[in-house]
Design a protein around this ligand. Structure first.
Ligand SMILES: [Zn+2]
Length: 206
């Protein structure tokens, strides 16, 4: 009769399996690893998860995860408040920021439209974006979704949301263009490619 897996170990494997990119075998390997390392190391991971979950909330202005509200970016008086760059994920924001040349603010959608994966417009905070874009300081909303099928669909939804609050053509709507290879994910681009994509942004309404 085979040895029965302890219940708590099974529960750990089940939780690990829910993580993206982790299959049953990886989950089992990670679980056994966590049981093998010193207890303090394993519990440090548990503590880090708990602390991050307790302290981090979406910034009420840009929706980026932050320990402060507004986040340090939105609170930075040196940033250009007339410009909003709309990105899909916080990882995209980080990629653009590490490029170092963008000086405006952001809005993080948190997802991208993906009909095949069941992600519809309800998953994007388009109402929040419209409210944010309607603030009088905003002159331009630049759409920084990825240059692929889902990113294009998401860009259309974003443009519609911003058009719904446009008055006399303000804020202008633009989209990142030249420099980003089609299908190239923003989070993997280098600084000069991202700077080119921003410089080459084009009006969507023209
Ligand atoms: Zn913010």
């Amino acid at each position: 009769m085979p040895a029965r897996t302890p219940e708590s170990l099974e529960a750990l494997v089940t939780e690990l399996e829910r993580l993206p990119g982790i299959g049953p075998r990886s989950a089992a390997r990670l679980a056994h690893h966590l049981l093998r390392v010193p207890e303090t190391d394993a519990l440090a991971l548990a503590d880090a998860i708990r602390t991050a979950r307790e302290r981090i909330r979406p910034c009420s202005s840009c929706r980026a995860p932050s320990e402060h509200d507004p986040c340090p970016l939105c609170a930075d008086e040196a940033r250009d408040r007339s410009l909003l760059l709309v990105v899909e994920t916080p990882r995209d924001l980080t990629a653009v920021e590490s490029g170092g040349s963008y000086r405006g603010l952001y809005f993080v959608l948190g997802a991208r439209l993906s009909p095949l994966e069941g992600v519809d417009a309800g998953a994007l905070d388009l109402a929040g974006l419209a409210t944010r874009a309607a603030q009088s300081e905003v002159d331009e909303v630049c759409i920084g979704t990825n240059p692929d099928l889902e990113g294009d669909g998401t860009a259309l939804a974003v443009a519609d949301a911003v058009r719904s609050i446009q008055r006399d053509g303000r804020p202008r709507i633009t989209r990142l263009a030249r420099g980003l290879p089609t299908g190239g994910q923003i989070e993997y681009q280098n600084a000069s490619v991202l700077a080119d994509a921003f410089e080459g942004r084009r009006a969507l309404d023209a």
